[in-house]
Design a protein. Sequence first.
Length: 336
Amino acid sequence: MSDTVTLTLQQAEQLSLDILTRNGFSDAHAAAITRSVLAAQRDECHSHGLYRILNCVEAARLNAIDPRAEPEIIDQAPAVVRVNAHQGCSLLSMEQGLPLLVKKARTAGIALLGINNCFHFSALWSEVEALSSQGVVGIAMNPTHAFVAPAGGRRPLLGTNPFAFSWPRPGQTPYTFDFATSVVARGEIELHRRAGKQIPDHWAVDADGNPTTSPEEALAGAMLTFGGHKGSALSTMIELLAGPLIGDLLGHETQAPTAEESGKPFHGELLIAIAPEVLLGDQAAQHLSHAERLFEEIIDQDARLPSQRRYAARERSLVNGVTIPEALYLELKALL
């Protein structure tokens, strides 16, 4: 028997929708989650693809989230939108708050969207690309549960705290990056554990603060920030901007879902939209064209722009479908 299973994009989409609705998610939540995990799987971002459905279903089955929560859109100020997710997944809140965020950015030049009380698990690049696809610059960030030690520390305090940015490029795919402020996303360590593989010894420390190559010891210990004190400072900034600044929790004040239903997996997310045409007026097109010189110079050095690999994977998946480990496929099918 093969070790992998290949699905068409339509089959993967239907599998996700069927699993989520069968496990109590409303049609709206199921569709929003599916759009995110399918986009990640299509672009071969495996740690945020179909694998993440397992986390969503587990959280719902543990009564840790409300799979039918209705987001509450709040028109807070001329350049501020807030959404109360009411303990539901963040993706539906993001999708419903985005139109007002873009509208405000096109009026004020810059606007903020704060999502509160949400369960967040998804890749951020699809969210900022939802902004850049409309011609605005997108920035997104959020804290996570405390999985990461601050530089010089040995105990979990910070989240993996991802940060994403997307710059619209006329007639081309946007310039986008999305990375955790930990050395890797926690999902990468989980995927290594599932595959029975060791991890590099600079990703994490064990419960005693010693470097480890064991995924199990890493998950029980603390992950490390990228770039030492620099990543630690950026992670702290994200905690503040997407936590107290929008009236939400710090990462270490939240907990993953538990069988005892004692977990508090809710926190905040901050999105920023910047409209070039408001800042630059009728010179916007000229300056966006000028920006292309930077990308050209990078490519002239045979360097790779962020997301180039992902866009190439997208083209393959549109033709060939998506391939996942057979073990994951069987786990997903079992949820039906």
